[in-house]
Ligand binder design. Structure first.
Ligand code: SAM
Length: 250
């Protein structure tokens, strides 16, 4: 598969998962602006932020260190930082172009910082956090689980957000191989006794900027028919707290 990084990330329903991941890396490097529009809308047009807030509060986390692994353009930290002014939010990502976005949009929040890096490096220096969080990132490096959980403090929580991979409109955009990875991950989380919740995002594709951005990522074919109806995406919100995390090794 070839990618024309100037204008379009080509999407093909029969791509294998490694090809899809490579395509998305091109996107993060070359067009974080396109990814950002999609990511932000997906988050804002869902109950996700309120549910994350409820979860953190129910786990008594209102201060401490929150690591957002694969923070991308910083959409999550931008929304969570003002809700939790006593939490220190640290975003890491290996893509400088995305981090530039993140630093800029969060410049007014003193409880935020961003570092170029990978989860593997954080783990190797032994740093630990009250919250190890990842939205739509962990499946890139953590398909089997374990790594994210190892950077959580003894009474901290691991929390992740991903796509559900079934019973939504997104199913028509993603290749089967990726959908299978999403579903396997949910089963793994349930087996590891994570609390797993399904939420839904309803994207308004009548919005031209959103429609154009998503078309350039996924192709417009399947999106076109949703221009007048919401495009529904199933979202997983999963978390686990405490010492039990330490035993999560695969
Ligand atoms: C699907 S994007 C999610 C971005 C952001 N979390 C959001 O919700 O919009 C996945 C992110 O993971 C990052 N990533 C990939 N491999 C990584 C690794 N080994 N360690 C940390 N981040 C990584 C990518 O650069 C990308 O920004």
């Amino acid at each position: 598969m070839t990618h024309n990084s100037e204008t379009q990330i080509y999407y093909r329903p029969d791509d294998d998962y490694e090809t899809i991941k490579a395509g998305f890396f091109d996107l993060y490097h070359n067009h974080p602006d396109l990814y950002d529009v999609f990511a932000k809308n997906q988050i804002m047009q869902s109950p996700l932020l309120d549910e994350i807030e409820k979860t953190l509060k129910s786990c008594d986390i209102e201060s401490g260190d929150f690591l957002d692994i694969g923070c991308g353009t910083g959409v999550m930290i931008e929304q969570l930082a003002p809700r939790f002014p006593d939490i220190n939010f640290i975003g890491i990502d290996p893509v400088e172009n995305s981090l530039r976005f993140a630093r800029n949009r969060c410049r007014d929040y003193k409880n935020t910082s961003f570092q170029l890096g990978k989860i593997e490096e954080i783990e190797s220096v032994g740093s630990q956090f009250d919250v190890a969080f990842s939205s739509w990132g962990h499946i890139q490096w953590n398909i089997q689980g374990g790594m994210m959980e190892r950077v959580v403090k003894e009474n901290g929580i691991a929390m992740l957000v991903n796509n559900w991979g079934a019973d939504d409109d997104f199913e028509k955009l993603w290749p089967n191989e990726a959908l299978g990875v999403f579903r396997d991950r949910i089963n793994l989380l349930k087996k590891e006794e994570y609390e797993v919740q399904r939420l839904d995002s309803h994207l308004n594709l009548d919005n031209e900027v959103l429609f154009d951005s998503m078309s350039r990522i996924f192709g417009s074919e399947h999106l076109q028919k949703h221009r007048k109806t919401p495009f529904q995406i199933g979202i997983v919100l999963a978390f686990k707290k405490g010492k039990a995390l330490k035993s999560f090794e695969i």
